[in-house]
Design a protein around this ligand. Structure first.
Ligand SMILES: [Zn+2]
Length: 181
């Protein structure tokens, strides 16, 4: 019997794949002739039987506990990660909204301020005209108290209009802030 044929049957003996009918009959024939392969087959059968008979040992209690602990830790970490992701996304949205709010606030604050500065400018202009007119009128007709009262009424009305604008702008902003937070 050639050495290579002997090796082939040893391989077939240990093979876990099912053999073809030809391989099986050839192996049986070889086993009848070869004591070494018969011995190996017996040993291999023994080993397989041992594996089959051996009880499936449960993992050590410590191992199970450690595994469960590790899984619990991983679960918590996953939850924490999800929470942080959620927090990050929410914070990002809040940041964008805050930036938008600040932008809107600045816009809202600037417009009353601009209105105020325009109003002051207008009032100064009006005051200049008033002085010119009053000096002109005063020189012609001493009706300055009437003009000054008109100016005062106009000024008061203008200031109250500005106050109303301010209050409206402030209310709008604070209500927006309340909705956001
Ligand atoms: Zn053999």
């Amino acid at each position: 019997m050639a050495k290579s044929t002997h090796q082939l049957f040893k391989y077939l003996l240990l093979s876990e794949e099912s053999l073809s009918p030809e391989q099986e009959s050839a192996l049986k024939e070889h086993l009848r002739e070869c004591a070494e392969c018969r011995q190996q087959e017996a040993a291999w059968t023994n080993v397989q039987q041992m594996f089959e008979r051996a009880p499936v040992l449960p993992p050590a209690a410590g191992f199970t506990v450690r595994l469960q602990e590790r899984m619990a830790v991983q679960r918590v970490q996953a939850q924490r990660k999800r929470a942080w992701t959620f927090f990050g996304v929410t914070a990002g949205i809040a940041l964008v909204l805050s930036a938008l709010l600040v932008y809107v606030t600045v816009q809202e604050i600037i417009s009353p301020l601009q209105l105020l500065s325009k109003g002051i400018y207008f009032f100064v202009m009006l005051f200049g005209y008033y002085r010119q007119i009053s000096s002109f009128v005063g020189s012609v007709n001493p009706a300055i108290p009437i003009l000054s009262i008109t100016g005062l009424v106009f000024f008061t009305g203008f200031v109250s209009l500005l106050s109303v604008l301010w209050v409206v702008a402030y209310r709008k902003l604070s209500s927006m802030r309340r909705i956001i937070s």
